[in-house]
Design a protein around this ligand. Sequence first.
Ligand code: B12
Ligand code: SF4
Length: 524
Amino acid sequence: MKILLYNPDNGVTRNFMPHLWMFLLQALTPPWHEGILSDGNAKAMDDAEIVKFVRENNIGLVGIGAMTRMVAKAYRVATAIRAAGVPVVMGGPHVTECPDEAIGKGGGPRYADAVALGEADETWPLIVEDAARGELKEVYQPERDEKGVDRKPSLQTYPSIPWEKLDLDQFSLVPQMFRSKLSGLGAGWGSFHVVPLETGRGCPYGCEFCTVTGFFGDSIRFRTNESVVDELLRLKERARKERGQIAVFFIDDNLAINIKRTKSLLRDIIKANAQLPWVAQISANLLRDEELVDLIAESGGQWVFIGMESIDPANMADVNKNFSKPGEYGAVLARLAQRNVYAITSFIFGMDNDTKGVAQRTLNEIHSWPPGLPVFGQLTPFPATPLYDRLEKTGRLTRPKHWMDFAPFWMAHTPLKMTIQEARDETDSAWRASYSPERNTEAINSISDAPFRYRLSHLISRLFFRGIYFPQMNKRAWMRLVFQNRRPILSLTKEAVGMWRSSKKNKTAAQGEPATVINEPKAA
Ligand code: B12
Ligand code: SF4
């Protein structure tokens, strides 16, 4: 049987990275069936096109995964596929949190034939076999322990995702027209993939707005160091062979949740020479450890995503995130920047102690830190979180089923000290100020001592991150963006040309030509 695993886009932004669940379930599919992947973020298809694809490829089962944010789209696609007579199973965080909704038990329409609740590593092969026999059940759920809690899969035996032979073409970030030219550049830039890789699951911190502790549980499970290192080595080999670049996103919710284990993993990566440029999420409180930060830099760490949420300790206490101390954010970022590791700093507006002016107050703090990539969201009550329950009990939800009419950057409850419109305006002004051409130039200039490749990576990342808020999904938008940011782009391009000329001259000199004295470019 052919199975299509489909991930919808959210209709607003495109993810830069494919979703791990698809590759994982594909690797867990019994080998006599075939899993085909399609991600709306990489290849947008409307409902009719998906149905056509399903028909033409003789698909016998469609699996759809979705976060809350894109579930309305997922339901729409599922309805179209079911109308064409092909069964649909849905999984992922949203259907786990609202299990009745997808199968029409809450009184609404039915969108899916079956739902897979929680972690589906062990239930997926059963689902596939039941579907092949035409005996799909309505609900699949991991076995439960005596307390009624899902038995979580151990990650000690983790499937090997065959990255070395998967067709990743739809996920390359290098536009088709540049691929052949760029593959000749340096070690090769013919393709660029950001690949998701997990080393562990679970987070015990239980922040009020977060679904992770409820979904993955508070006991943390890790893969073996060997299996992670093996995956990295295979990715590295693939990048070398196809003269492209691969960066890894360690999608663990907190890569350093067990510092001893993280250090051992990073040491093993270094020992095996398995370094690839990587990004990971690590909470600020765990980045006090100098040795850990050294290992992060040495093992290829380039960007650390830090959920800073707010610079106001009262807000942090409200959402049960007191372990993260706004007062030490600056020092944490400086510690990283000393090693040329920079941070994606994530903030939430519309918290209960926020008032008008929160954006400017936050920006003032940010500007006193080494430059990073700030991202701004709003407090969102995801179903089944303690936050959702609190707001529901106190009658504060203005759109209790906000996911059915998804409205980006428009809150689903009213904050205590500002209006929804004010929260929207604060978010807007924070994005505008953080990614203006002036701010981009200032950020790159402020790290003028850093080696060239870090400044280049910083600028490119800034241009991409801007797209989380400002629509830049077509060529025109990108051309306008490049024009607006021509100053830092031109300056880095000049520097790159200078470096390239120097290295060419050096090569010629080494081949026996008369030696030329070359001035090393400032930050090569
Ligand atoms: C990586 C990641 C991202 C990436 C993008 C996703 C990607 N390309 O991988 C980035 C950083 C861009 C991102 C962004 C956001 N994210 Co995010 N992200 C994650 C993270 C950390 C890991 C996802 C992952 O791969 N997990 C590992 C895999 C193996 O687990 P899984 O996806 O749950 O899949 C398992 C099961 O759910 C199930 N399953 C999943 N799908 C399906 C489908 C079928 C058919 C079946 C049978 C089973 C199944 O099987 C899998 C194996 O057990 C999760 C937290 C987490 N630990 O999961 C948050 C998480 C998914 N993100 C979340 C949120 C809220 C966001 C943002 C909205 C944040 C924001 N405010 O901007 C944005 C939205 C992005 C968008 N496109 O609109 C929430 C979603 C909550 C919810 N109910 O929707 C999560 C759970 C974190 C949280 N704090 O609660 N995110
Ligand atoms: S630390 Fe991160 S993953 Fe853990 S509960 Fe808090 S927000 Fe969620």
